[in-house]
Design a protein. Sequence first.
Length: 356
Amino acid sequence: MIEPSNNEIDIVKSSNTKIHDVDFNNLTFGKTFTDHMFVCDYIDGSWQQPKIMPYQAMTFEPSARVFHYGQAVFEGMKAYKDENGKIWLFRPDENHSRINKSAARLAMPEFPKDYFFNGLTNLLKLDKDWIKPGLGNSLYIRPFVIATEPAISASPANSYRFIIICSPAKAYYTGKVRVLFAQQYSRSADGGVGFAKAAGNYAAQFYPTSLAQKKGYQQIIWTDARTHEFLEEAGTMNIFFRVNNKLITAPNNDRILDGITRKSLLQLAEDNQIDFEVRPISVNEIKEAARNGSLKEIFGAGTAAVVSPISAFEHDNEVFEIPNTEDSYASMFKEQLQNIQHNLSEDKHHWRYEVK
């Protein structure tokens, strides 16, 4: 990777703000954006001077490679404001590392760490009023990289644009989620890009998810592409199963996203002396656990979703309702995680990052 010689940011402030037109109590996830965005171009083998500018439309050639060959990766992060007005990020080093792993898999240049943190920090300080305090409130942050070179030959681009946009957010899911276990379609395959946050991964799941939604389900839990016998992850979440008092989640592989919330929950499980296993989980095992009453909980975990309980699943036209559990692991994990993120409890693993 070519290291940049200068990461000074060219900042152009917006002449007015849209914030007074926003109803922060009634937000639709991902539809409202803050006043500014961060932009940095990759040209002739190096990253150029980064910029922060008013949020605006951008113009690209119709031949930009991103439109033809899908060179696009992204991340999902959140910023939080505590009761004293301090702004916090949650494990942002993991997001920086993961977007670079995603980029490398799609033959895209990695983004320098100093550019990333300097840009992110300055952007959040400019748009700090968009971050509302209180549990459940956050500013969703979307860093992404696209191939911008105007050429339609099938090869990696020579120019790219790294962008960060921000959107005020509340809960991604409200209430419990009903899911369908995949039997026909697959999200990703061995040797593919399932572990990366590649834009195409999400496009590929929209159609089967729309079929599930017509049946009354919000999400699909994807199974392994070869046999459809083992449960892996949902479209926007990693998945956890509680059988009796044991927590189980699938191991990472090249089909499953290395979720930051997932690894945080595994650490919280250890902190709370909860027995857990990271191993392959078969569809038949979970169906049998549902039948004999040992399946206590299923819940998803992700940056946008945080921790989302699952109330029912369907497989092979058989529907299983999951009863409420008084000592819910999902509720405990969500409370503990949010308390750390909002600076309301001890952060013994040093996950919080203060924006100064």
